[in-house]
Ligand binder design. Structure first.
Ligand SMILES: Cc1cc2nc3c(=O)[nH]c(=O)nc-3n(C[C@H](O)[C@H](O)[C@H](O)COP(=O)(O)O)c2cc1C
Ligand code: SF4
Length: 671
């Protein structure tokens, strides 16, 4: 038992089930489906989290009706062909002592994908337009409403019969059940619209139908946003009112299903509290809050719910460390802690916390890049710090070497650190040389940007992993021929990263021009006046520098060669950064490359046509151009050589860490 986290590891009872601890992996769409069904990849993914010690796993959303296909890869629970998949994942999770539920889902108007690239088509209580995905839904007929309600019940029955311990009705984030309750979205005038009782009817019938279908021995829960935090969204008082009504529903009561041959039981066993709403960018940032948002911030919402119900409550929202979870539980703000990305990043976080090994935890940094970022691209999720996530069958368990190999890793950025850690964990004898005094490479620059300091955690985590694995780390050690000969490796992994590259510009002698990397690492005083930031990539660097200057009240113009500033940044993270940039008055020029600078003017060439744009009154120009790979010039003799990360082609930390994993996993055995 943990001495640091005693509350977190107390068992808890949800309706008919007792769960071994209070750490929850909440429903998250992994895009690891096998044509809409649960296959081996998804089973292996959840098995790793169960093995890692969490108490409860809630499977990603499962569609309850044909109209519930919100993406082209959603799991569907609408027919019996889905049953073997639920059964397989339940068996794998149970084998490690964890409990597993599945989510019952209908998105209503929140549909992202249309068929084969066509515009999305959706149904909803009314035809009120959806802003984020630009959907105008079709209003549901009463007959169609009844069919969908029946779909929830039959999906619940199918899922629970397959061996899953519970079902969770998804009424969060502006999806169909809450669309019915929201008077700004539901403008019907029949029995499903108008008065609060009428607007509650859809969800009440779903809850009652599900309980009746599964009986008393299966857990039934409700996921709901304690506050939707957006224009036209549900506010906390409205949500609390709804929860109070649903909480009181029992089988056999007027509100509940007919008791049949089951005893009178509560229709709902627990509440899972989250925040946000899918219909606007402003609300959607709370679905998966990024590093700009404080850890455990939504516990203020679960705290309010706990005041009105005796049932267990769980809460999500950037609980990335066990002490945050323990604190929220100990303060009585929640009963269970959802740590979803925490476990995408470190599936074993629960077992590490349980043995008080907090230094071994690879904490999620809230970058959103490979988890929700991948989901939004429609590709399987992973983690930039832990690419084994979502690739369990490919990389785990890690094989150990029979004969130790001597491996030299050149470069202590993310690629080199991961390669070194993986090779050393496999049993190899690994030396890592970094020319600079500090490990971390490009991460050291990224953490200098505003709202990005947590990014430095990636370097801290990877360095700690390499040290724990026993890598011989030598900083301030450029690899010369002498160093190479002394190490005498059989394998060399070149991870020397990238450096700043200045584009070809016409620059007047009197102009002040500096590269973005130099600016961030040396932080020089800039001449007074407007700063022009030229951004090639549309990533954090240009936008971050512009934001930092604007927050210091420096007039700034951000010219990006991308379609819009921050185009390469995950949508929720970008939304928060752009909101701040708008508030602080950053000027934007899109689709424009910098071609020249004189003493007071920056010259921008449109990337779309012949138009040239002049930015006047420029005192300094900061150029964030395309970086350039750095490759050492050494004679590696007979050693095998593999180049990875930015040294191959400058990209992001995600590719660097992945290539480190791949290179170290595929070193040839000693002949
Ligand atoms: C890739 C991804 C997919 C998600 N899909 C779902 C989903 O299917 N159902 C759901 O209720 N929430 C979904 N969420 C939200 C999570 O359940 C959770 O509330 C969110 O990640 C915040 O918790 P965390 O800070 O512990 O990660 C998803 C989150 C991620 C990262
Ligand atoms: S990609 Fe970033 S936000 Fe997502 S799990 Fe990994 S560290 Fe966390």
């Amino acid at each position: 038992m943990s001495s640091l986290f005693p509350r977190l590891f107390e068992p808890i009872t949800l309706g008919p089930r007792t769960i071994r601890n209070r750490i929850v992996s909440s429903g998250h769409d992994t895009v690891l489906d096998d044509h809409g069904k649960i296959g081996d990849d998804l089973v292996a993914y959840h098995e790793a989290r169960a093995q890692g010690g969490c108490g409860l796993i809630v499977l990603q959303v499962s569609g309850v009706h044909e109209t519930a296909r919100y993406t082209n890869h959603v799991l569907m629970a609408t027919d019996d062909s889905s049953v073997p998949g639920y059964g397989a994942v339940a068996e794998a999770v149970h084998a490690h002592g964890a409990t597993i539920f599945a989510q019952l889902f209908h998105p209503g108007r929140e549909v992202m994908d249309g068929e084969r690239g066509m515009a999305p088509r959706a149904v909803a209580p009314s035809d009120e337009p959806q802003e984020r995905f630009k959907v105008v839904p079709e209003a549901l007929s009463t007959e169609a409403i009844k069919e969908i309600i029946a779909g929830y019940a039959s999906a619940a029955k199918r899922i629970s019969d397959s061996g899953i311990d519970g079902v969770e009705i998804v009424a969060s984030h502006g999806y169909l059940p809450i669309q019915f309750f929201n008077p700004r979205v539901n403008v019907r005038t029949d029995e499903y619209g108008g008065s609060p009782a009428n607007r509650r009817r859809f969800l009440a019938e779903v809850v009652a139908g599900v309980r009746e279908a599964v009986g008393p021995d299966v857990v039934v829960g409700l996921r709901i946003s304690g506050e939707e935090k957006t224009e036209d969204g549900m506010v906390a008082t409205e949500v609390l009112d709804l929860i109070e009504h649903l909480d009181g529903m029992k089988t056999g009561s007027d509100a509940g299903p007919s008791a049949g041959d089951i005893e009178e039981v509560d229709c709902l066993d627990y509440f899972s509290i989250t925040a946000g709403d899918s219909s606007t960018l402003q609300g959607a940032v709370h679905i998966v809050p990024s590093m700009q948002i404080d850890p455990a911030y939504a516990a203020t919402l679960s705290e309010q719910v706990k005041k009105i119900t005796d049932k267990p409550v769980m809460v999500a929202g950037r609980i990335n460390q066990p002490h945050e979870a323990e604190k929220a539980i100990a303060e009585g703000r929640t009963d269970m802690a959802i740590m979803t990305r925490a476990m995408i990043c470190d599936p074993a976080i629960a077992s590490k916390a349980q043995r008080d090994a907090v230094d071994e935890i690879r904490a999620c940094i809230g970058c959103n890049q490979a988890c929700i970022g991948h989901f939004q691209m429609g590709v399987p999720i992973s983690c930039i710090q832990y690419p084994e996530s979502g690739r369990e069958l490919q990389f785990l368990p890690r094989p150990t070497v029979r004969i130790r190999r001597r491996v030299l890793v050149i470069g202590g950025g993310p690629a080199g650190l991961k390669a070194a850690a993986v090779a050393a964990e496999a049993g190899d004898d690994v030396v890592l040389c970094e020319r600079e005094p500090h490990l971390g490479g490009a991460v050291l620059m990224a953490q200098e940007l505003p709202y990005r300091s947590e990014f430095g955690g990636a370097a801290t985590n990877l360095s700690a992993e390499a040290r724990r694995a026993g890598v011989d780390i030598r900083t301030s050690t450029p690899v010369t021929q002498q160093v190479f000969d002394e190490v005498a490796p059989e394998h060399v992994i070149v991870a020397t990263g990238a450096q700043q590259r200045m584009p070809h510009l016409e620059v007047d002698d009197e102009a002040f021009v500096i590269g973005a990397r130099d600016y961030l690492m040396t932080q020089p005083t800039l001449p007074a006046g407007r700063v022009l930031v030229s951004d090639w990539m549309g990533d954090w660097i240009g936008l971050g520098i512009a934001l930092r200057l604007a927050e210091a009240r420096v007039p700034v113009t951000l010219a990006t060669a991308a379609n819009f500033a921050g185009a390469a940044i995950q949508q929720y993270t970008r939304t928060l950064l752009m909101s701040q940039a708008l508030r602080t008055g950053v000027d934007f020029v899109n689709d424009a490359r910098l071609v020249g600078v004189d003493a007071t003017t920056g010259y921008l060439q449109s990337t779309l046509c012949e138009i040239v744009h002049e930015v006047d009154g420029v005192a300094a120009t900061i150029v964030s151009g395309a970086p350039q790979s750095v490759v050492p010039d050494l004679d590696f003799g007979t050693a095998s050589v593999r180049t990875i990360g930015d040294a191959v082609a400058p990209r992001t930390v995600e590719e660097a860490v992945f290539e480190g994993l791949e290179a170290a996993s595929s070193l040839a055995p000693v002949p």
